[in-house]
Ligand binder design. Structure first.
Ligand SMILES: [Ca+2]
Ligand SMILES: [Ca+2]
Length: 210
């Protein structure tokens, strides 16, 4: 389950960079996120955004890139995330700190909360292939107290849980929308009814084929 989440997340992250996470893909993420927030091309705000993403690349990922390689492959990315999952101290020091940085970036109006539009803009920067419906579903699950905002804690634990939690009930499993391991299952709103029509049991044969 955790590996499935990480692999799916990586596929979305690296969808526009040939399956490798590298420096240029981080510049592109910063640019997309800035555009989605509404920062204009070449503005100082856009520049700060891109710089923040480049910092993520140099501080978080670059140390794990094998010598001579241009970036991280899916296999390397999965391995480093799984290692974090089993090491709470390292998880706090790296992913926890990264999530703090991301919160600052996502909270564009700096009111200390991330609203739906801010969430969409931030996520779109990372995962351009995810649709608005996916991200709206993600937001609804992450906002457990349903006040319409992600608090700093909700936002940060969402990131950390998505990439490292093995708990099937963790809200953060929904960071990218319906968890990939749940897709293909029947959606809850079309789950089989407890009772059939006219209180007949569900397996009651309404139609007999000759
Ligand atoms: Ca905000
Ligand atoms: Ca909330």
């Amino acid at each position: 389950m955790l590996t499935a989440k990480i692999e799916y997340g990586f596929d979305q992250l690296a969808a526009r960079s040939g399956g490798v996470l590298d420096g240029p893909s981080h510049v592109a993420m910063g640019r997309r996120a800035a555009a989605a927030i509404g920062y204009s091309l070449g503005s100082p705000d856009e520049g700060r955004m891109i710089e923040a993403y480049l910092n993520v690349w140099t501080a978080v990922h670059l140390p794990h890139v094998p010598p001579g390689a241009r970036g991280l492959t899916k296999k390397e990315f999965v391995e480093s995330n799984l290692a974090l999952s089993d090491d709470p101290v390292a998880r706090e020091a790296t992913l926890g700190r990264l999530a703090e940085t991301f919160f600052e970036l996502a909270d564009a109006d700096q009111d200390g909360m991330v609203n739906g539009a801010e969430f969409w803009a931030f996520q779109h920067g990372h995962f351009p292939d995810l649709g608005r419906a996916d991200l709206a579903e993600a937001f609804a699950h992450l906002d457990e107290d349903e006040d319409g905002f992600l608090s700093r804690e909700q936002f940060i634990s969402g990131i950390v849980e998505y990439w490292t939690s093995r708990d099937p009930a963790a809200p953060g499993n929904w960071w990218l929308g319906r968890p990939v391991y749940e897709r293909g299952k029947m959606a809850s709103w079309i789950a089989p009814p407890m009772k059939g029509i006219n209180d007949k049991p569900v397996d009651y044969q309404y139609v007999h084929l000759a």
